[in-house]
Design a protein around this ligand. Sequence first.
Ligand code: ZN
Ligand code: ZN
Length: 404
Amino acid sequence: MTFARSLGTVRAHLTQLNRQPLSRAALTIVLLLDAFVLSSIFDGLARHTAQLTQPDETVPARCRDIVLDRQWTPAGRLEQLGEVVNAHTAASVWQAQASRASPHPVCAPVVGAVDAVLADGALAKRFDDARALRRQSTDLRTQIERLKGSYDTALLEKIAGAEAPTRADTLGRELAAKTGALDEATGRLTQLEAAIGREAPVQALWQRIDAVQAADRERLRADLLQLETWYPVRRLGWELLFLAPLLGLFYAWNAASIRRGRAVQTLVSAHLLVVAFIPVLCKLLQLVYDVLPRHFLRQLMTLLESAHLVALWNYLAIAMAVAASLALIYVVQNKLFARDKLLARRIARGQCQDCGLALPPDSAFCPACGFGQFVPCPHCGQATHVHGRFCRECGQAMGRESTQ
Ligand SMILES: [Zn+2]
Ligand SMILES: [Zn+2]
Protein backbone atom coordinates (compact mmCIF):
# COMPACT_ATOMS: atom_id res chain seq x y z
CA MET A 1 0.00 0.00 0.00
CA THR A 2 2.67 2.46 1.01
CA PHE A 3 4.79 1.20 -1.88
CA ALA A 4 1.94 1.73 -4.35
CA ARG A 5 1.31 5.17 -2.94
CA SER A 6 4.95 6.19 -3.16
CA LEU A 7 5.03 4.85 -6.72
CA GLY A 8 2.04 7.07 -7.47
CA THR A 9 3.85 10.04 -5.95
CA VAL A 10 6.93 9.32 -8.06
CA ARG A 11 4.78 9.13 -11.17
CA ALA A 12 3.08 12.40 -10.27
CA HIS A 13 6.50 14.01 -9.83
CA LEU A 14 7.54 12.78 -13.22
CA THR A 15 4.51 13.84 -15.21
CA GLN A 16 3.03 16.82 -13.41
CA LEU A 17 4.04 20.37 -12.77
CA ASN A 18 2.17 22.19 -9.96
CA ARG A 19 -0.32 19.29 -10.02
CA GLN A 20 -1.09 20.03 -13.67
CA PRO A 21 -0.26 17.50 -16.39
CA LEU A 22 2.91 18.50 -18.17
CA SER A 23 2.49 20.21 -21.53
CA ARG A 24 3.74 18.23 -24.49
CA ALA A 25 6.60 20.64 -25.16
CA ALA A 26 7.83 20.52 -21.54
CA LEU A 27 7.55 16.72 -21.53
CA THR A 28 9.60 16.55 -24.75
CA ILE A 29 12.33 18.72 -23.24
CA VAL A 30 12.48 16.64 -20.07
CA LEU A 31 12.55 13.37 -22.02
CA LEU A 32 15.34 14.70 -24.24
CA LEU A 33 17.26 15.59 -21.10
CA ASP A 34 16.60 12.07 -19.79
CA ALA A 35 17.92 10.52 -22.98
CA PHE A 36 21.03 12.69 -22.94
CA VAL A 37 21.80 12.03 -19.28
CA LEU A 38 21.17 8.31 -19.68
CA SER A 39 23.51 8.00 -22.65
CA SER A 40 26.13 10.09 -20.84
CA ILE A 41 25.90 7.83 -17.81
CA PHE A 42 26.33 4.68 -19.89
CA ASP A 43 29.18 6.27 -21.80
CA GLY A 44 30.91 7.34 -18.61
CA LEU A 45 30.31 3.92 -17.08
CA ALA A 46 31.97 2.24 -20.06
CA ARG A 47 35.01 4.52 -19.83
CA HIS A 48 35.19 4.18 -16.08
CA THR A 49 34.95 0.39 -16.21
CA ALA A 50 37.56 0.20 -18.97
CA GLN A 51 40.11 1.19 -16.32
CA LEU A 52 39.44 -2.02 -14.46
CA THR A 53 41.94 -4.72 -15.36
CA GLN A 54 40.19 -7.63 -16.99
CA PRO A 55 41.10 -11.29 -16.57
CA ASP A 56 42.31 -11.16 -20.20
CA GLU A 57 45.03 -8.73 -19.24
CA THR A 58 46.47 -10.86 -16.48
CA VAL A 59 46.03 -14.09 -18.40
CA PRO A 60 46.02 -13.15 -22.10
CA ALA A 61 44.04 -15.32 -24.50
CA ARG A 62 47.33 -16.36 -26.14
CA CYS A 63 48.69 -17.61 -22.83
CA ARG A 64 45.49 -19.54 -22.15
CA ASP A 65 45.70 -21.05 -25.61
CA ILE A 66 49.35 -22.08 -25.32
CA VAL A 67 49.74 -23.04 -21.68
CA LEU A 68 46.32 -24.54 -20.92
CA ASP A 69 44.60 -25.64 -24.12
CA ARG A 70 47.27 -27.07 -26.41
CA GLN A 71 49.31 -30.25 -26.06
CA TRP A 72 52.98 -29.78 -26.93
CA THR A 73 54.17 -33.28 -27.72
CA PRO A 74 57.57 -33.28 -29.46
CA ALA A 75 56.00 -34.85 -32.58
CA GLY A 76 53.10 -32.43 -32.99
CA ARG A 77 54.41 -29.21 -31.55
CA LEU A 78 55.54 -27.63 -34.81
CA GLU A 79 52.08 -28.17 -36.27
CA GLN A 80 50.53 -26.65 -33.11
CA LEU A 81 52.80 -23.64 -33.31
CA GLY A 82 51.96 -23.37 -37.01
CA GLU A 83 48.27 -23.09 -36.08
CA VAL A 84 49.03 -20.33 -33.57
CA VAL A 85 51.13 -18.40 -36.10
CA ASN A 86 48.65 -18.86 -38.96
CA ALA A 87 45.70 -17.82 -36.80
CA HIS A 88 47.66 -14.75 -35.79
CA THR A 89 48.49 -13.87 -39.41
CA ALA A 90 44.86 -14.43 -40.41
CA ALA A 91 43.64 -12.06 -37.70
CA SER A 92 45.76 -9.43 -39.53
CA VAL A 93 45.05 -6.78 -36.91
CA TRP A 94 48.27 -6.72 -35.02
CA GLN A 95 47.52 -5.04 -31.74
CA ALA A 96 50.27 -5.00 -29.24
CA GLN A 97 47.79 -5.07 -26.37
CA ALA A 98 49.11 -2.44 -24.07
CA SER A 99 48.28 -4.23 -20.88
CA ARG A 100 48.12 -2.21 -17.70
CA ALA A 101 48.33 -5.27 -15.50
CA SER A 102 51.49 -7.28 -15.29
CA PRO A 103 50.82 -10.69 -16.79
CA HIS A 104 50.58 -13.81 -14.67
CA PRO A 105 54.05 -15.16 -13.73
CA VAL A 106 53.37 -18.40 -15.60
CA CYS A 107 52.25 -16.47 -18.68
CA ALA A 108 54.90 -13.79 -18.90
CA PRO A 109 57.87 -15.83 -20.24
CA VAL A 110 55.74 -17.95 -22.60
CA VAL A 111 53.87 -15.00 -24.07
CA GLY A 112 57.13 -13.11 -24.52
CA ALA A 113 58.63 -16.04 -26.44
CA VAL A 114 55.52 -16.48 -28.59
CA ASP A 115 55.46 -12.78 -29.40
CA ALA A 116 59.04 -13.08 -30.60
CA VAL A 117 57.99 -15.91 -32.93
CA LEU A 118 54.97 -13.96 -34.17
CA ALA A 119 57.01 -10.81 -34.77
CA ASP A 120 59.37 -12.69 -37.13
CA GLY A 121 57.92 -12.14 -40.63
CA ALA A 122 60.24 -14.59 -42.41
CA LEU A 123 59.32 -17.28 -39.91
CA ALA A 124 55.61 -16.62 -40.44
CA LYS A 125 56.16 -17.10 -44.18
CA ARG A 126 57.80 -20.48 -43.52
CA PHE A 127 54.91 -21.57 -41.29
CA ASP A 128 52.60 -20.58 -44.11
CA ASP A 129 54.57 -22.73 -46.56
CA ALA A 130 54.52 -25.61 -44.11
CA ARG A 131 50.77 -25.36 -43.83
CA ALA A 132 50.40 -25.39 -47.61
CA LEU A 133 52.63 -28.48 -47.85
CA ARG A 134 50.68 -30.23 -45.10
CA ARG A 135 47.42 -29.49 -46.88
CA GLN A 136 48.88 -30.70 -50.17
CA SER A 137 50.01 -33.96 -48.58
CA THR A 138 46.56 -34.58 -47.10
CA ASP A 139 44.92 -33.97 -50.47
CA LEU A 140 47.37 -36.28 -52.23
CA ARG A 141 46.76 -39.00 -49.65
CA THR A 142 42.99 -38.94 -50.25
CA GLN A 143 43.49 -38.96 -54.02
CA ILE A 144 45.87 -41.92 -53.75
CA GLU A 145 43.38 -43.89 -51.64
CA ARG A 146 40.69 -43.29 -54.25
CA LEU A 147 43.01 -44.19 -57.15
CA LYS A 148 44.09 -47.41 -55.44
CA GLY A 149 40.50 -48.61 -55.36
CA SER A 150 39.95 -47.92 -59.07
CA TYR A 151 43.31 -49.39 -59.96
CA ASP A 152 42.55 -52.68 -58.15
CA THR A 153 39.22 -53.02 -59.94
CA ALA A 154 40.81 -52.27 -63.32
CA LEU A 155 43.53 -54.85 -62.64
CA LEU A 156 40.94 -57.53 -61.85
CA GLU A 157 39.07 -56.67 -65.04
CA LYS A 158 42.28 -56.86 -67.02
CA ILE A 159 43.07 -60.31 -65.60
CA ALA A 160 39.55 -61.50 -66.37
CA GLY A 161 40.15 -60.17 -69.90
CA ALA A 162 36.97 -58.19 -69.73
CA GLU A 163 38.04 -54.96 -71.42
CA ALA A 164 40.26 -51.91 -71.57
CA PRO A 165 43.70 -53.17 -70.61
CA THR A 166 44.93 -49.56 -71.16
CA ARG A 167 42.73 -48.27 -68.32
CA ALA A 168 44.68 -50.22 -65.69
CA ASP A 169 47.93 -48.91 -67.16
CA THR A 170 46.73 -45.28 -67.14
CA LEU A 171 45.59 -45.61 -63.54
CA GLY A 172 48.86 -47.24 -62.57
CA ARG A 173 50.85 -44.38 -64.07
CA GLU A 174 48.66 -41.79 -62.36
CA LEU A 175 49.04 -43.59 -59.04
CA ALA A 176 52.81 -43.65 -59.38
CA ALA A 177 52.86 -39.94 -60.21
CA LYS A 178 50.72 -39.05 -57.19
CA THR A 179 52.81 -41.22 -54.87
CA GLY A 180 55.92 -39.49 -56.16
CA ALA A 181 54.39 -36.09 -55.55
CA LEU A 182 53.40 -37.13 -52.03
CA ASP A 183 56.91 -38.32 -51.26
CA GLU A 184 58.31 -35.05 -52.51
CA ALA A 185 55.86 -32.97 -50.48
CA THR A 186 56.54 -34.99 -47.34
CA GLY A 187 60.24 -34.65 -47.88
CA ARG A 188 60.03 -30.90 -48.33
CA LEU A 189 57.81 -30.61 -45.27
CA THR A 190 60.27 -32.57 -43.13
CA GLN A 191 63.13 -30.35 -44.33
CA LEU A 192 61.13 -27.19 -43.76
CA GLU A 193 60.05 -28.25 -40.27
CA ALA A 194 63.62 -29.13 -39.37
CA ALA A 195 64.70 -25.67 -40.56
CA ILE A 196 61.92 -23.98 -38.58
CA GLY A 197 62.84 -26.01 -35.50
CA ARG A 198 66.41 -24.71 -35.72
CA GLU A 199 65.30 -21.05 -35.66
CA ALA A 200 66.34 -19.28 -32.49
CA PRO A 201 62.89 -17.87 -31.53
CA VAL A 202 61.32 -21.33 -31.89
CA GLN A 203 64.07 -22.93 -29.83
CA ALA A 204 63.56 -20.30 -27.14
CA LEU A 205 59.81 -20.96 -27.14
CA TRP A 206 60.30 -24.73 -26.72
CA GLN A 207 62.51 -23.99 -23.73
CA ARG A 208 59.88 -21.76 -22.16
CA ILE A 209 57.09 -24.25 -22.77
CA ASP A 210 59.15 -27.16 -21.43
CA ALA A 211 59.87 -25.10 -18.32
CA VAL A 212 56.15 -24.89 -17.48
CA GLN A 213 55.47 -27.63 -14.96
CA ALA A 214 52.17 -29.36 -14.30
CA ALA A 215 51.98 -27.49 -10.98
CA ASP A 216 52.37 -24.16 -12.81
CA ARG A 217 49.55 -25.14 -15.12
CA GLU A 218 47.30 -25.98 -12.16
CA ARG A 219 48.17 -22.70 -10.48
CA LEU A 220 47.36 -20.77 -13.65
CA ARG A 221 44.09 -22.63 -14.04
CA ALA A 222 43.08 -21.92 -10.44
CA ASP A 223 44.09 -18.25 -10.66
CA LEU A 224 42.20 -17.84 -13.90
CA LEU A 225 39.08 -19.40 -12.42
CA GLN A 226 39.28 -17.06 -9.46
CA LEU A 227 39.83 -14.02 -11.68
CA GLU A 228 36.87 -14.91 -13.86
CA THR A 229 34.62 -15.72 -10.92
CA TRP A 230 35.26 -12.46 -9.14
CA TYR A 231 35.52 -10.20 -12.14
CA PRO A 232 31.74 -9.55 -12.45
CA VAL A 233 31.52 -8.65 -8.75
CA ARG A 234 34.56 -6.39 -8.96
CA ARG A 235 33.10 -4.77 -12.05
CA LEU A 236 29.78 -4.12 -10.29
CA GLY A 237 31.56 -2.53 -7.34
CA TRP A 238 33.53 -0.38 -9.75
CA GLU A 239 30.34 0.63 -11.56
CA LEU A 240 28.55 1.47 -8.33
CA LEU A 241 31.48 3.66 -7.40
CA PHE A 242 30.59 5.70 -10.47
CA LEU A 243 26.81 5.59 -10.01
CA ALA A 244 26.42 6.05 -6.25
CA PRO A 245 27.55 9.72 -6.11
CA LEU A 246 25.21 10.58 -9.00
CA LEU A 247 22.29 8.83 -7.33
CA GLY A 248 23.06 10.55 -4.04
CA LEU A 249 23.33 13.94 -5.70
CA PHE A 250 20.06 13.59 -7.61
CA TYR A 251 18.32 12.24 -4.53
CA ALA A 252 19.49 15.14 -2.39
CA TRP A 253 18.45 17.66 -5.04
CA ASN A 254 15.06 16.00 -5.39
CA ALA A 255 14.45 15.92 -1.65
CA ALA A 256 15.46 19.59 -1.29
CA SER A 257 13.26 20.63 -4.21
CA ILE A 258 10.23 18.86 -2.76
CA ARG A 259 10.90 20.37 0.67
CA ARG A 260 11.15 23.90 -0.72
CA GLY A 261 8.23 23.43 -3.11
CA ARG A 262 10.23 24.18 -6.26
CA ALA A 263 8.06 22.56 -8.91
CA VAL A 264 10.33 22.63 -11.95
CA GLN A 265 13.35 21.43 -9.99
CA THR A 266 11.29 18.67 -8.44
CA LEU A 267 10.23 17.56 -11.88
CA VAL A 268 13.73 17.56 -13.37
CA SER A 269 15.47 16.03 -10.35
CA ALA A 270 12.83 13.28 -10.13
CA HIS A 271 13.54 12.47 -13.77
CA LEU A 272 17.28 12.42 -13.19
CA LEU A 273 16.84 10.19 -10.16
CA VAL A 274 14.89 7.65 -12.20
CA VAL A 275 17.37 7.93 -15.06
CA ALA A 276 20.33 7.34 -12.76
CA PHE A 277 18.58 4.31 -11.33
CA ILE A 278 18.19 2.63 -14.72
CA PRO A 279 21.93 1.79 -15.08
CA VAL A 280 21.99 0.45 -11.52
CA LEU A 281 19.21 -1.98 -12.39
CA CYS A 282 20.87 -2.89 -15.68
CA LYS A 283 24.20 -3.61 -14.01
CA LEU A 284 22.59 -5.64 -11.24
CA LEU A 285 20.80 -7.73 -13.86
CA GLN A 286 24.05 -8.12 -15.75
CA LEU A 287 25.76 -9.38 -12.62
CA VAL A 288 23.00 -11.91 -12.01
CA TYR A 289 23.23 -12.98 -15.63
CA ASP A 290 27.03 -13.26 -15.52
CA VAL A 291 27.35 -15.03 -12.22
CA LEU A 292 24.30 -17.28 -12.12
CA PRO A 293 24.45 -19.12 -15.45
CA ARG A 294 28.12 -19.92 -15.29
CA HIS A 295 28.59 -21.21 -11.76
CA PHE A 296 25.28 -21.63 -10.02
CA LEU A 297 23.29 -23.04 -12.93
CA ARG A 298 26.01 -25.50 -13.86
CA GLN A 299 26.02 -26.85 -10.30
CA LEU A 300 22.25 -26.98 -10.26
CA MET A 301 22.21 -28.93 -13.52
CA THR A 302 24.77 -31.45 -12.27
CA LEU A 303 22.73 -31.90 -9.11
CA LEU A 304 19.53 -32.43 -11.09
CA GLU A 305 21.28 -34.79 -13.50
CA SER A 306 22.71 -36.88 -10.70
CA ALA A 307 19.21 -37.20 -9.25
CA HIS A 308 17.64 -37.88 -12.69
CA LEU A 309 15.51 -34.79 -12.24
CA VAL A 310 16.49 -32.76 -15.29
CA ALA A 311 12.79 -32.48 -16.18
CA LEU A 312 12.42 -30.41 -13.00
CA TRP A 313 14.51 -27.72 -14.62
CA ASN A 314 12.06 -27.44 -17.50
CA TYR A 315 9.14 -27.29 -15.09
CA LEU A 316 10.93 -24.49 -13.28
CA ALA A 317 11.57 -22.62 -16.51
CA ILE A 318 7.90 -22.95 -17.51
CA ALA A 319 6.77 -21.80 -14.07
CA MET A 320 9.07 -18.77 -14.22
CA ALA A 321 7.87 -17.90 -17.72
CA VAL A 322 4.23 -18.15 -16.60
CA ALA A 323 4.90 -15.99 -13.54
CA ALA A 324 6.71 -13.38 -15.62
CA SER A 325 3.89 -13.35 -18.19
CA LEU A 326 1.27 -12.98 -15.46
CA ALA A 327 3.14 -10.07 -13.96
CA LEU A 328 3.56 -8.46 -17.37
CA ILE A 329 -0.12 -8.91 -18.26
CA TYR A 330 -1.10 -7.48 -14.89
CA VAL A 331 1.07 -4.42 -15.40
CA VAL A 332 -0.03 -3.88 -19.00
CA GLN A 333 -3.69 -4.43 -18.22
CA ASN A 334 -3.85 -2.37 -15.05
CA LYS A 335 -1.38 0.37 -15.72
CA LEU A 336 -1.49 0.91 -19.46
CA PHE A 337 -4.87 -0.25 -20.71
CA ALA A 338 -7.03 0.09 -17.62
CA ARG A 339 -10.67 0.68 -18.58
CA ASP A 340 -10.77 3.70 -16.25
CA LYS A 341 -7.98 5.34 -18.18
CA LEU A 342 -9.39 4.37 -21.54
CA LEU A 343 -12.76 5.92 -20.67
CA ALA A 344 -11.16 9.05 -19.24
CA ARG A 345 -9.13 9.40 -22.44
CA ARG A 346 -12.22 8.96 -24.65
CA ILE A 347 -14.17 11.56 -22.67
CA ALA A 348 -11.26 14.02 -22.76
CA ARG A 349 -10.89 13.61 -26.52
CA GLY A 350 -14.61 13.81 -27.25
CA GLN A 351 -14.82 10.21 -28.46
CA CYS A 352 -17.75 7.84 -28.09
CA GLN A 353 -17.52 6.25 -24.62
CA ASP A 354 -18.59 2.90 -26.03
CA CYS A 355 -16.84 2.47 -29.39
CA GLY A 356 -14.16 5.19 -29.38
CA LEU A 357 -15.27 7.00 -32.54
CA ALA A 358 -14.51 10.75 -32.63
CA LEU A 359 -17.87 12.50 -32.15
CA PRO A 360 -19.07 15.92 -33.32
CA PRO A 361 -19.03 18.25 -30.26
CA ASP A 362 -21.79 17.62 -27.71
CA SER A 363 -23.38 14.73 -29.60
CA ALA A 364 -25.94 13.10 -27.32
CA PHE A 365 -25.68 9.80 -29.19
CA CYS A 366 -22.93 8.09 -31.15
CA PRO A 367 -23.73 8.11 -34.89
CA ALA A 368 -21.80 4.87 -35.30
CA CYS A 369 -23.07 2.65 -32.47
CA GLY A 370 -26.02 4.63 -31.08
CA PHE A 371 -24.62 4.71 -27.58
CA GLY A 372 -26.18 7.49 -25.43
CA GLN A 373 -23.32 9.62 -24.13
CA PHE A 374 -25.05 11.43 -21.26
CA VAL A 375 -27.15 10.65 -18.17
CA PRO A 376 -28.69 13.03 -15.65
CA CYS A 377 -26.39 13.51 -12.66
CA PRO A 378 -27.89 11.97 -9.48
CA HIS A 379 -26.71 15.03 -7.51
CA CYS A 380 -27.58 18.01 -9.71
CA GLY A 381 -29.75 16.49 -12.46
CA GLN A 382 -27.66 18.02 -15.29
CA ALA A 383 -26.54 15.86 -18.23
CA THR A 384 -23.13 14.38 -17.66
CA HIS A 385 -20.94 11.63 -19.21
CA VAL A 386 -22.26 8.10 -18.66
CA HIS A 387 -18.77 6.76 -17.85
CA GLY A 388 -17.37 9.90 -16.19
CA ARG A 389 -16.07 9.36 -12.66
CA PHE A 390 -17.27 12.80 -11.61
CA CYS A 391 -20.14 14.95 -12.83
CA ARG A 392 -18.95 17.50 -15.38
CA GLU A 393 -21.37 20.11 -14.00
CA CYS A 394 -21.21 19.74 -10.20
CA GLY A 395 -18.05 17.65 -9.72
CA GLN A 396 -19.66 15.10 -7.41
CA ALA A 397 -18.54 11.49 -7.64
CA MET A 398 -20.78 9.51 -9.96
CA GLY A 399 -20.59 6.15 -8.09
CA ARG A 400 -18.52 3.10 -8.78
CA GLU A 401 -20.72 1.19 -11.21
CA SER A 402 -20.05 3.70 -13.98
CA THR A 403 -16.34 2.98 -13.97
CA GLN A 404 -16.67 -0.76 -13.88
ZN1 ZN B 1 -20.14 4.76 -30.48
ZN1 ZN C 1 -23.88 16.91 -11.17
